[in-house]
Design a protein. Structure first.
Length: 330
């Protein structure tokens, strides 16, 4: 780990000013950043500790919107009764992530900024070629052991999977990231657009400027979110990243699907909205045959690598199982 200076600002405004002085990183729970520093992927010269900024630790519901401060712990949001009751997919995505110890430390803002768990990205000494670390150096995963890599949203420059759970649920239900700069100007970015496809610039992962920080996340409390579910399929029951996951929600009008929301995790370079499946379901009568046929559309444009074809088979099954559960057809 490299040497660094440590600053403790008294306000979000001061934190942004200090961070711009970089190369610098915000430190909150530290559950992601410290790992990356230990393996020399991140080498900031300065850490700006924002963990004491209590104004960013509020959970509020106003006008049908759930607003969560960036420094709210994952465990705090998961334990909140309004989250459990009105946003079950978000609640389920939280308690299935990481371990209790990490959820007690990790913040919502930090969780949204977490980086891939690609082994090639996290081992710069063994695998120097990584376009996320060194643009133009190549991608070691494409011709390597890639069973855990992306089948959706990949490019010739990068096939690393986005590893998180919460952002998948937030993407499905049209949440927004609230950003603030040193001039106290706020900018709202849909979570779906906050994550950038790798294309030719996989080192650029988020729509956030150097002089901005995440201050909150807002989620509209819709009928589909109230009737929602997050299903995570993984190799073991806890402390494991998704082989495939789905955040789904239904708004029903009798037996007709009035609205449907679906996002996928564990299989794409970013949290992946399954618009093709939603389009095939919206306005139709809910039944198992329809769900299973529509779910296949999620992988129409999927591209398997040498070791991850099983994910193309898995994705429609995960979508179907999640929808059948929330539609109470199981």
């Amino acid at each position: 780990m490299n040497e660094f200076t440590f600053k403790t600002p008294d306000s979000a405004n001061e934190a942004v000013r200090l961070n711009v002085a970089g190369p610098s990183r915000f430190l909150a729970g530290g559950t992601t950043l410290l790992d990356l520093m230990k393996c020399n992927v991140e080498t900031p010269q300065q850490l700006v500790d924002i963990s004491r900024l209590t104004t960013l630790r509020e959970i509020n519901i106003n006008s049908g919107t759930l607003r969560v401060g960036a420094l709210v712990r994952m465990s705090e949001l998961a334990a909140h009764p309004d989250c459990q009751r009105q946003a079950p997919a978000i609640y389920e995505s939280l308690w299935q992530a990481a371990s209790p110890q990490i959820r007690n430390m990790a913040t919502i803002g930090g969780n949204l900024r977490q980086r891939t768990r690609c082994a090639y990205f996290r081992d710069p000494e063994t695998f120097p070629a990584c376009n996320k670390r060194h643009p133009g150096s190549g991608c070691s995963a494409i011709d390597g052991i890639n069973n855990g890599h992306a089948i959706l949203g990949a490019s010739e420059a990068c096939v690393a999977v986005y590893p998180g759970d919460l952002a998948v649920a937030l993407t499905a239900f049209q949440a927004q990231v609230i950003l603030r700069n040193a001039q106290q100007q706020e900018r709202r970015v849909p979570v779906e657009k906050f994550y950038l496809l790798p294309r030719d610039t996989p080192d650029q992962e988020h729509d956030i400027a150097d002089d901005e920080m995440i201050v909150a996340v807002e989620v509209p409390l819709t009928p589909a979110l109230v009737q929602s579910h997050y299903l995570k399929v993984r190799d073991r029951a806890s402390y494991e990243f998704a082989a495939a996951s789905a955040a789904v929600g239904l708004e029903m009008q009798g037996e007709t699907i009035k609205d449907v929301h679906i996002a996928l995790g564990g299989v794409a370079t970013i949290p992946w909205r399954a618009y093709e499946v939603e389009e095939a379901l919206r306005g139709k009568t809910l039944n198992e045959t329809l769900i299973r046929q529509a779910a296949e559309r999620a992988v129409t444009n999927a591209r398997a690598l040498s070791h991850n074809h099983a994910r193309i088979i898995l994705v429609p099954r995960v979508i179907s199982r999640a929808l059948l559960s929330v539609g109470k057809l199981t």
